[in-house]
Design a protein around this ligand. Structure first.
Ligand SMILES: Nc1ncnc2c1ncn2[C@@H]1O[C@H](COP(=O)(O)OP(=O)(O)OP(=O)(O)O)[C@@H](O)[C@H]1O
Ligand SMILES: [Mg+2]
Length: 235
């Protein structure tokens, strides 16, 4: 049977990033991510994992080369179009970025409300998802009064509730115990099975080995693709 070649959803071409008064984080980095794929994004602390995710979320421009997102040159995207593109992307930042004046359930319901879904329906769905991640007791609490692990799960629920085309998760299991970490990764796998492209940045070197997904390994400004079962050159 002929299978249709998956479309390229993210592309970096000779991409460079030099911060003013800061490091050259990326230098001629090349990367192609096909729709429907699942990657772990790895590399030492400071290698640029969080920065690369921010670039995909149009939160940080490159200083050289090209980035294409959904087939569009990132620099040609008009400022007013950025929110529409971001709606296709679910994101869990390393520092969560929850809305401090909203309750847990309202934080999670936000992406649905923005799309015009009935607020009551949105809250019900958000509450269901929060129950699923074990947060049924804190639905109406302000995230600032919760633990890091609880805030992380709220951020994840908010990222997945709108069934985004792309899910970017920065250290999503950094603050939770092993059991919850596995549950969250299975949630990402379920989303991937229904078509979401997933990129999970992690320090945890064991994670990519437990799940059958390739790695994008960042080091010294470049990205190396490590297939499932493959090894890094340095090892
Ligand atoms: N706004 C900024 N201005 C200057 N330098 C920055 C800025 N943001 C990030 N950097 C630098 O870019 C490099 C990459 O940082 P980044 O946070 O992406 O690394 P990381 O791989 O996510 O690290 P970790 O594993 O510790 O989370 C670091 O040297 C950092 O200091
Ligand atoms: Mg980081």
């Amino acid at each position: 049977m002929l299978r249709k070649e998956a479309a390229e959803i993210i592309r970096f071409e000779n991409m460079g990033l030099l911060f003013e008064n800061g490091p050259q984080v990326f230098n001629k980095l090349n990367l192609s991510v096909k729709e429907g794929s699942f990657y772990f994004l790895t590399g030492p602390s400071g290698a640029g994992k969080s920065t690369l995710l921010k670039m995909i979320y149009l939160n940080q421009n490159q200083t050289a080369g090209k980035i294409e997102l959904f087939g569009r040159d990132s620099l040609s995207i008009l400022h007013q179009d950025i929110p529409y593109i971001r709606r296709k992307i679910g994101v869990v930042f390393q520092d969560f970025r929850l809305v401090s004046h909203l309750s847990s359930v309202d934080n999670v319901a936000l992406p649905l409300k923005v799309r015009g879904i009935d607020p009551r329906k949105a809250r019900n769905q958000a509450a269901e998802l929060l129950k699923w991640v074990g947060l049924e007791d804190v639905l109406n609490r302000n995230p600032q009064t919760l633990s890091g692990g609880q805030q992380q799960r709220i951020a994840i629920a908010r990222a997945v509730i709108g069934r985004p085309k792309v899910l970017l998760a920065d250290e999503p299991t950094g603050n939770v115990d092993d059991e919850i970490a596995l549950k969250l990764l299975y949630l990402f796998e379920e989303m991937n099975k229904t078509g979401t492209t997933v990129i999970v940045a992690t320090h945890n070197r064991a994670l990519p080995k437990e799940f059958n997904h390739p790695e994008i390994y960042l080091n010294e400004g470049k990205a190396t693709l490590i297939p499932v079962g493959g090894k890094k050159k340095a090892e």
